[in-house]
Design a protein around this ligand. Structure first.
Ligand code: V0V
Ligand code: CO
Length: 148
């Protein structure tokens, strides 16, 4: 079902400061910066490697408001790992398979994610306390256009 780890999402207060830290300390390239209003985040993707069906990244997340998912997480737990995202071939098909196993989906249909991806979240309480994201990456052509 999972082809690779697509990204680790890290919640932070100051996106620019964290981009500087991660890119300088670990020599990672920032390949995209986006604002996603629907998810309530301003985010950056730092490329680690390429794998089956897409790349793997660190995703740095700053909330757009205190009552967004990342805003609430920061207030409750402070900065740190917010979610783990797995690369899947077909997100709609994977959602149906996981739903049939009784794990709660937080999305009824796929949403727009970074780098042109299609994403859906699973409830952390049903996955051992880990907020889990499914990612169907965009085609290589589409992704190249999104990379800055
Ligand atoms: C909340 N909980 C978590 C958690 N957030 N556990 C692990 N990891 C997290 N990130 C726990 C929380 O401590 C509660 O446990 C319980 O879940 C229920 O929390 P709640 O009070 O209902 O909390 P809310 O209202 O903050 O909602 C939590 C959920 C929400 C997960 C339902 O954050 C959500 O819908 N997230 C999906 C969307 C999202 O996160 N978007 C931002 C990333 P106790 O206290 O009851 O034990 S956007 C992104 O990744 C993009 C765009 C991309 O990749 O392309
Ligand atoms: Co994510």
């Amino acid at each position: 079902m999972f082809m690779r780890i697509d990204h680790i999402g890290i919640a932070c207060h100051d996106l620019e400061a964290k981009i500087a830290f991660f890119s300088e300390t670990f020599e990672l390239e920032v390949v995209a910066r986006e604002v996603n209003e629907e998810q309530g985040v301003k985010e950056a993707m730092l490329h680690i490697a390429d794998g089956e069906g897409g790349g793997s990244y660190i995703q740095l997340l700053e909330p757009l408001s205190d009552d967004s998912p990342v805003g609430k997480f920061l207030a409750r737990r402070g900065e740190g790992v917010h979610h783990v995202a797995f690369g899947v071939r077909d997100v709609t098909e994977t959602m149906a398979k996981i739903d049939a196993k009784g794990v709660r989906l937080l999305d009824e249909r796929p949403r727009h994610g970074s780098l042109g991806s299609q994403i859906a979240f699973l409830h952390p309480k049903d996955v051992g306390g880990m907020l889990t994201e499914l990612v169907q990456a965009a085609s290589p052509d589409e992704m190249a256009k999104k990379r800055s």
